[in-house]
Design a binder for this molecule. Structure first.
Ligand code: PLP
Length: 411
């Protein structure tokens, strides 16, 4: 009998993104003939705008099928630098590195910035890949809270208290997944002071920078002295509905660029050139569609938040950016004696509603669920009808489920 192949301790440090796991589970149910409402994945339901698709197709037809420079096509690096300058970030093309989605840039940046045992401040709740990458890079994640109900969303004093001799990096994410919180200029200025006093680097994940509903996006890298300490991460997945194209980028202090370039040479070689030409069309072409999609997200946000707040035991602050609602459902969970993980399992299994437990985003997300409103209004309406049935104190299905023997929640 062959023994199972041995894998490393280190590979076990990689976490996951529950959204992809729940999506896979929902697809299995659909394959069995069940119908599922998809509010789990953070992926625009819109098609990529046609002029972007056309640019990608044209590039393919014109032979953009060879390797490209590791750091990206010069034209695209130029256009990204220009778009950064439009946000007040003093970037040149030489500061830009193009990657296959925003996610790889997190690996490149953290691998370049931390030594084993170094501490990295990450939002909790927060995008789960931060913790995963920090552990993968032999670092120690230290969570700080994010709360939409709080003025400024984060407590700068709390973050200051979490800084130790070993802290190297502060990870920011604004607009924030999963809460939709936005870091305003005042808060960013206080954080910038902290960063400077403690000689930290910043990784600023700005993937939702074009999805703010009521205000302009502000990047910490636009504040005096911060550009040289900050890695800005952004991409095309969300604003341009290009998640499957896998195109993102980092804007880095010049001294880091060659290291990240080498990392790309060691891994993907380059982002596919025809995809980069599509990205160039996205950045330099008409922006009306981005605005239309944002307006539609706003309508969906208002609809969803309004209806969620009508449910007993549920309260939901309006997200200021991104496309997620993050309602607190502690009242409903207490009544049913369920964790959010158990509740979202029953929502999928019994009610055909796929969404995520807040705990998938860290301990700070307990008692919440995340609902993506990157889906149609009728789907959102049906989802809240289902939730309304599921949170009702006398709901048969969740009561019966709650009485089942408890194992560890799998989502
Ligand atoms: N950062 C955050 C906060 C996200 O929510 C996501 C995707 O969900 C990403 C990064 C990854 O984006 P990409 O699809 O460009 O890799």
């Amino acid at each position: 009998m062959t023994r199972p192949i041995r894998v490393t301790w280190q590979i076990h440090q990689l976490g996951t993104e529950t959204a992809f796991e729940v999506l896979a589970r929902a697809k299995r149910l659909e394959a069995q003939g069940r119908s599922v409402l998809h509010l789990e994945i953070g992926e625009p339901d819109f098609a990529t705008p046609p002029h972007i698709v056309a640019a990608g197709v044209r590039a393919l037809q014109e032979g953009a099928t060879k390797y490209a420079p590791a750091a990206g096509l010069p034209d695209l690096r130029d256009a990204i630098a220009q778009s950064m300058r439009d946000r007040g970030v003093p970037a040149q093309a030489e500061n830009v590195v193009v990657t296959s989605g925003a996610k790889p840039m997190l690996y490149y940046a953290l691998s370049a910035l931390i030594e084993p045992g170094d501490e990295v401040l990450i939002p909790d709740p927060g995008f789960p890949i931060y913790e995963s990458v920090v552990r993968w890079a032999f670092g120690r994640p230290v969570g700080y809270s994010v709360d939409t109900a709080r003025e400024g969303a984060v407590d700068v004093d709390e973050i200051a208290r979490r800084i130790s001799q070993k802290t190297r990096v502060l990870v920011l994410n604004s607009p924030h997944n999963p809460t939709g919180a936005v870091l305003d200029r005042g808060t960013l200025a206080s954080l910038a002071e902290l960063v400077d006093q403690n000689d930290l680097a910043v990784i600023s994940d700005e993937i939702y920078s074009q999805l703010l509903f009521d205000e302009q996006h502000c990047s910490i890298a636009s504040l005096p002295g911060l550009f040289d300490r900050t890695v800005v991460i952004d991409g095309f997945s969300k604003a341009y509905a290009m998640a499957g194209w896998r195109l993102g980028y980092g804007v880095l202090p010049i001294s880091m660029v060659r290291h990240v370039e080498r990392f790309i040479i060691n891994t993907t070689s380059c982002a596919p050139p025809f995809v980069q030409w599509a990205g160039l069309a996205a950045l330099t072409g008409p922006q009306a569609r981005v605005q239309e999609m944002r307006e539609e997200y706003r309508v969906r946000r208002d609809l969803l938040v309004h209806r969620l707040n009508e449910l007993e035991g549920v309260s939901c602050a309006a997200p200021r950016g991104a496309f997620y609602a993050f309602p607190k459902i502690s009242g409903a969970l207490e009544r049913k004696a369920l964790t959010a993980g158990q509740f979202t399992e029953t929502l999928l299994d019994e009610f055909g509603l796929a969404c995520l437990p807040g705990s998938a985003f860290g301990a700070g997300g307990a008692d919440h669920i995340r609902l993506s409103f990157a889906t149609s209004r009728p789907t959102l309406e049906r989802a809240v009808d289902v939730l309304s049935e599921a949170v009702r104190a006398d709901s048969e299905a969740t009561r019966a489920w709650g009485e089942r023997p408890r194992g560890k929640a799998t989502v």
